[in-house]
Design a protein around this ligand. Sequence first.
Ligand code: AMP
Length: 382
Amino acid sequence: MNHQRISPGRTIGVLGSGQLGRMFAIAARRMGYRVHVLSPDDDTPTGQVADVEIRADYADVESVERFASSVDVVTFEFENVPAGAIDAVAKHVPVRPGGHVLHTTQNRLREKSFLQDAGLPVAPFCGIHSLEELQSARRGASAPAVLKTAAWGYDGKGQRRIDPTDDLAQVWNSIQTDEAILEDFIDFERELSVVAARGLDGQIACYDPIENLHANHILDISRSPGDVTPSVAHAAREIAHAVLQKLDVVGVLCVEFFLTRSGDLLINELAPRPHNSGHLTIDAHVTCQFEQQVRAVCGLPLGSTRQLLPAAMVNLLGEQWNDHEPAWHQACATPELKLHLYGKREPRQGRKMGHLTAVADTSRAAQQLVMAAREALGDNTT
Ligand code: AMP
């Protein structure tokens, strides 16, 4: 008997309670698992569909230990969980992916250094700890660059593009950190992501690359298959495979790429969990990214990543509400459309409230459907 395997009927603990945890919990419960979630909030997207919702601060070690001792394995949907919480959990049950994966991916400088040391392609970068370091790194520079805080960055938060004429003191003060990363600005042709999973036995399964379009640094549209050649798709999957192996991941991890105009792939970022771009796998693939996470963290064999139909997804942000409830019936009038809402009560600007996915004969046709459906949400006339 494999003691590492967590069979259906047992209980999975989730740290973090947003939409990723919600879609994970839905997949887990479909497969017969029980789900307990811990986060500092209540009535959360994950808590609404979990068996048990625990409200506690991640730094409250006693509550975290009590939570851990009531479950069989713990995973997370939010990578900025403090290391102390992970250590407290690991005293009781396995944490998958392990604390070392969180440690590396919680900090952009550690993450980029790990990738570079592993011989994987990243945009040229350096660490910056003061205005003087920034000034010396930019001395004589004629090309733009991007300055990002090393910790706690997502959806473009804590980052600034720097142009050669910019006032560096103003830029440095604006990001309010003492550890940052300065990267070359990449004039990319496309942005891609590869979602991949690695099981307890080392088996790796990669989805085909998904093509992503951002608006205001937040993911706006994803489509799969992306517009890439078979050789680029193959290279992206190979790189993702290497990342999961070298990082010794057990779980799901997403590799975000820039595809340069000369056809090179550069890794922009890693997310050690299911990813917004992979939401379309729920409606378009044999095994969705959330079921894959359940399988990986529970030590089950991974499922097929085969895509059944071309698909596209658009995010629904808080501004979509715009003082009135969106016209859901208008969007649902498109029969190929799937509505996903996360149960968040307050539609704030930039807050991810839900998404729409459509399937069609091509991913571009699916993109037209989801964009038209999102547009129609504003039409409350019928
Ligand atoms: P991040 O928070 O690092 O995922 O960045 C969010 C978005 O900002 C990316 O998806 C890109 O569209 C853009 N971005 C980030 N870094 C760079 C870069 N070095 N060059 C060009 N665009 C970037």
